[in-house]
Design a protein around this ligand. Structure first.
Ligand code: NDP
Length: 453
């Protein structure tokens, strides 16, 4: 670690104690940016990075709601408005019991760079709550969302801050949140993305993050004259990103063989076919069941529950060529990374945000595999949210083919930008440096132009 990064990290840790995920995200970016700050001392003297790591605004609020038994429940709501130098704050809402300030700050920080990479005019933000939608009735989820929005509506707007979904926030939650916003403001605007198709949503938005992560993997493979066809792929998670990653892999002739949830994972050596994936989509999105049922239904598939005593996740120890982590942060540790490399994986495209620990990332970089970090590989979701915002502003809807084509074009460009930037800064093939530097430059230049605000 350079002296500059060492000092920066000491300050970050002192100012933001107990936020290890935020420290991790800042450290990874800072290490890449040393290459830029050495060439451009003007960014260092304007203290651009020191400004980017400080949120423009943090909103923390109480969310009281009543459960079906008539008991009062209290959760905590957050919105981190991280950086608006290149556009309105944009980023998802996460509803999960693990949510805290540090996790949302890491996500908001990553979002700034990711949104910049999309080439669309979007700043970075993130929000959510420690509310757990799992096991709650639709009415409970609705009451929670209404209470959450009864505070959040003051801080957001189509030209200010435009939230979307993330873990635990899908079409159902966006619907309840949008309904309450519309009532409170008495206006129908594109204030949230991921909306239903009949009330302002965009075709392909649900698919976009997973499809985008697969397009990114295909672009990385192209640099070696290869394609996804015929490759066995490990996919984690079974939510939005995982489902559409598997769908696009199937369309491109690859073979997804795993899926998981917080209870455990399934391995299906024969491959998760379209028919089996339809079962998963119904299981997770309609019946809200557990992935374990996959192994009960399909012979030959095996289910392994999560064993908290293990120091690694056995999902990552199966033979394959590609891995698509699509569940949550730090789901691939150093041991998992070693297992992946040992078992033949040489393409990792991150659908989830920061799913790999720094130790794991360093192993991928040392092994010179095709490693696409989340802020580049999963940027298709927010890019398509940007396309939803454009359609809302123009009050028209593009066809499925048109949105998918634009998404594909954006992913090809993000890949090209990361690839070329990594080369320009003397680290060819290092998509981590490419994504961090390319994402940073656009925001940094906007901040320089706009003065000390
Ligand atoms: P969903 O809520 O739809 O699905 C999340 C999946 O991951 C579920 O299968 C869930 O299992 C599993 N999971 C969540 N937390 C954990 C955990 N702590 N341990 C093990 N498994 C876990 O979320 P998304 O698919 O939308 O998001 C997945 C990842 O992709 C996140 O990192 C998110 O930030 C990222 N992402 C999402 C985007 C989007 O457009 N939705 C855009 C860019 C990135 P269970 O059901 O048991 O909780």
């Amino acid at each position: 670690m350079s002296d500059y990064v060492g000092k920066l990290m000491a300050d970050v840790k002192a100012k933001n104690p107990s936020e290890p995920e935020f420290h991790q995200a800042v450290q990874e970016v800072a290490e890449s940016l040393v290459l830029v700050l050495d060439r451009h001392p003007e960014y260092r003297s304007a203290r651009i990075l020191e400004r980017i790591i400080e949120p423009e605004r943090v909103i923390l609020f109480r969310v009281p709601w009543m459960d079906d038994q008539g008991d009062v429940q209290v959760n905590r709501g957050f919105r981190i408005e991280m950086n608006s130098a290149i556009g309105p704050y944009k980023g998802g809402l996460r509803f999960h019991p693990s949510v805290n300030l540090g996790i949302l700050k890491f996500l908001a920080f990553e979002q700034v760079f990711k949104n910049s990479l999309t080439t669309l005019p979007m700043g970075g933000g993130k929000g959510g709550s420690d509310f757990d939608p799992k096991g709650k009735s639709d009415n409970e989820v609705m009451r929670f969302c209404q209470s959450f929005m009864s505070e959040l509506f003051r801080h957001i707007g189509p030209d200010t801050d435009v939230p979307a979904g993330d873990i635990g926030v899908g079409g159902r939650e966006i619907g309840f949140l949008f309904g309450m916003y519309r009532k409170l403001r008495n206006e129908f605007t594109g204030v949230l993305t991921g909306k239903g198709l009949h009330w302002g949503g965009s075709l392909i938005r649900p698919e976009a993050t997973g499809y985008g992560a697969v397009y990114f993997a295909a672009e990385m493979l192209k640099t070696r004259g290869e394609e996804l066809k015929g490759k066995a792929c490990l996919v984690s998670g079974s939510g939005n990103v995982a489902q559409y990653t598997a769908e696009k892999l199937l369309q491109l002739g690859a073979k997804p063989v795993t899926l998981s949830d917080s209870g455990g994972y399934i391995y299906d050596e024969a491959g998760i076919t379209k028919e089996k994936l339809d079962f998963v989509m119904d299981l997770k999105n309609v019946r809200r069941g557990r992935i374990k049922e996959y192994a009960d239904k399909f012979k030959g598939a095996v289910y392994a529950p999560i064993d908290p005593k293990l120091d690694h996740n056995p999902l990552w120890a199966h033979k394959a060529q590609c891995a698509f982590p699509s569940a949550t942060q730090n789901e691939i540790n150093g041991k998992d990374a070693a297992n992946l490399l040992k078992n033949g994986v040489y393409v990792v495209s991150e659908g989830a945000n920061m799913p790999t620990t720094i130790e794991g990332v360093n192993q991928f970089l040392d092994a010179k595999i095709l490693y696409g970090p989340g802020k580049a590989a999963n940027a298709g979701g927010v890019a398509t949210s940007g396309l939803e915002m454009s359609q809302n502003s123009m009050r028209l809807s593009w066809s499925r083919e048109e949105v998918d084509q634009r998404l594909h074009g954006i992913m090809v460009n993000i890949h090209k930008n990361c690839f070329e930037t990594a080369k320009k800064y003397g680290t060819p093939g290092n998509y981590v440096n490419g994504a961090n530097i390319a994402g940073f430059l656009k925001v940094a230049n906007a901040m320089m132009d706009q003065g000390l605000v």
